[in-house]
Write a protein that binds this ligand. Sequence first.
Ligand SMILES: Cc1cc2nc3c(=O)[nH]c(=O)nc-3n(C[C@H](O)[C@H](O)[C@H](O)COP(=O)(O)OP(=O)(O)OC[C@H]3O[C@@H](n4cnc5c(N)ncnc54)[C@H](O)[C@@H]3O)c2cc1C
Length: 287
Amino acid sequence: MTGTLKYETPHSLAELWPLLVSDRELTGFLAGGTDLIVKYKRKQLNLTRFIDLKNIESLKGIWLDENKNLHIGSLTTLTELHTHPLIQKHAPLLAAAARKMASVQIRNRATIGGNLCNAAPSADLAPPLLVLDAVVKLESDQGARELSIKSLFTGPGQTALKIGEVMTEVMVPVSEPSDKVTYLKQGLRQAMDIAMAGVAVKLNMSGNLCQEAAIALGAVAPTPIRVKAAEEWLRGQRINEQSIAKAAELAKIAANPISDVRTTADYRSELVSALVTKAIQECMTQV
Ligand SMILES: Cc1cc2nc3c(=O)[nH]c(=O)nc-3n(C[C@H](O)[C@H](O)[C@H](O)COP(=O)(O)OP(=O)(O)OC[C@H]3O[C@@H](n4cnc5c(N)ncnc54)[C@H](O)[C@@H]3O)c2cc1C
């Protein structure tokens, strides 16, 4: 990378839009910088300017609306996600997933918006937000739009965001107290590691009968995915060894993993099956 890197710090979206009149394609939005700076230093990005979003107050905050939707500002850090009382109460799955990410130092800087916009197939917040049916709000100088999280990821490192669009918030329907939820990830180490596979499960039970199931996988396909076949299979089933084994098998079939520096595709497939099994079992231990 050659030339001078420009750095701008708008204090509002109204201040941001005029900056994008020029060099829109060569601009990187900076949140916590824990992905962006790493990629820039590795010369993986052709950028001439960073626009730092951190002074834009409207991208911060966590609140609950009258329709029981949690609104999470895109600059919310991973630390805020796992410590904020509203997230702990109404989206405990998200709080638990954030707690399992990186280290204290990274969690204090890294944001929910950055995790989603970076769009790594292994992004830890993606499977929980997929099973929670989250919606993201995107804004540009052309206006605002909402997008289901299912439509956000379009490929490894790719999203449906248009150039110059900012993710302003993530909206999550509140979890019912009766929902049983688990996020499991397997890395090479116990801490500070990117997932070789991640599995989020949400079950709504009536006794031992599964009424609704949502299962999402991370790091085992070009994008994080929901596993519809396993969800449909579980709906109406009694949860026992056989029904769990079938759901795990269907999840394994839905996965499309690659081999990379972390592990092989075959091992990832086995992990999907093992983690789905364990996640459903863990859900069933919740009262
Ligand atoms: C040591 C280390 C450990 C890590 N461990 C994990 C882990 O366990 N799990 C995991 O999932 N990730 C991990 N990561 C990756 C990273 O920390 C997360 O993905 C983090 O959430 C990124 O957030 P950020 O605010 O730092 O994003 P940034 O680096 O600031 O941005 C990432 C990308 O998103 C774009 N962007 C950011 N915010 C917005 C917005 N509001 N609107 C539009 N575009 C935006 C940026 O332009 C950039 O392209 C780790 C990284 C490091 C360095």
